[in-house]
Design a protein around this ligand. Structure first.
Ligand code: ADP
Ligand code: MG
Length: 244
């Protein structure tokens, strides 16, 4: 299918004590591909995302990101600078302004000077629709605005891949769409994205592929339309009957 694979996951296993959270995950993601992962709570979705940028160590198998195997401290750092992540709980620094939230890592990790980091931050705040919030503190913003800042902060590092872990689950319903719209625009620009989300409308509009995980395994995958309308596996049917 893809000629250019940017994430290659082979037979990845992960235990937390006796819990076998990932039980042999195989997944290739093409450059520019958008994947949506769905599945019941506890099925290993977050663990899989966290393994991709090595926030979580895995026990067995291999993950290669943009040609870099996640097998040494040096390589892990290199991969982390290429992979942006957005969490359910925005994880902004509460004591820093929006602008400082977006410039901090640029200055420390990308070694940009203040002026350049500010310019990039303002550009990204325009992109996510809240340039007027640059001098606010996170708690002065709505949840949807905070999540858009978190996306801008991740993008400021020029990631090649963006991982989203239930980015709209903590939001009030009226704020969900503004965040999904930013994500949809990013997908249309060709960003490689792996998104854990049960927002079916977003999946249909943005994703090339939808994957159902259950019990630490990929159970079924297809285009979103096919997976949601004509699921083959009983576990997929059972899950979809609860969320659709
Ligand atoms: P999901 O994101 O699909 O809800 P998770 O990846 O968070 O699932 O969790 C998969 C399994 O691993 C669950 O049984 C969960 O309780 C367990 N788990 C996840 N993180 C930890 C952890 N840090 N310590 C112990 N168990 C964990
Ligand atoms: Mg999760």
């Amino acid at each position: 299918m893809q000629t250019d694979t940017i994430i290659q996951i082979e037979n990845v296993h992960k235990h937390f004590g006796k819990v076998h959270a990932l039980r042999g995950i195989d997944l290739n993601v093409g450059r520019g591909e958008v994947i949506v992962i769905i599945g019941p709570s506890g099925s290993g979705k977050s663990t899989l995302l966290r393994c991709i940028n090595r926030l979580e160590e895995f026990d067995q198998g291999s993950i290669v990101v943009d040609g870099i195997p996640l097998d040494s401290a040096e390589n892990i750092n290199a991969v982390r600078t290429e992979v942006g992540m957005v969490f359910q709980q925005f994880n902004l620094f509460p004591h820093l302004s929006v602008l400082d939230n977006i410039t901090l890592a640029q200055r420390i990790i990308r070694k940009r000077d203040k002026k350049e980091a500010h310019e990039i931050a303002m550009e990204l705040l325009h992109k996510v629709g809240i340039p007027d919030k640059a001098d606010c503190y996170p708690l002065q913003l709505s949840g949807g605005q905070q999540q858009r800042v978190a996306i801008a902060r991740a993008l400021a590092m020029n990631p090649k891949i963006m991982l989203f872990d239930e980015p709209t689950s903590a939001l009030d319903p009226e704020m969900i769409q503004e965040v999904l719209d930013v994500m949809l625009a990013l997908a249309k620009e060709g960003m490689t994205m792996v998104v854990v989300s049960h927002e079916m409308g977003f999946a249909r509009a943005a994703a090339d592929r939808a994957i159902l995980m259950d019990d630490g395994l990929i159970v079924e995958q297809a285009t979103p339309n096919v997976l949601f309308s004509q699921p083959k596996e009983e576990r997929t049917k059972a899950f979809l009957s609860k969320v659709l």
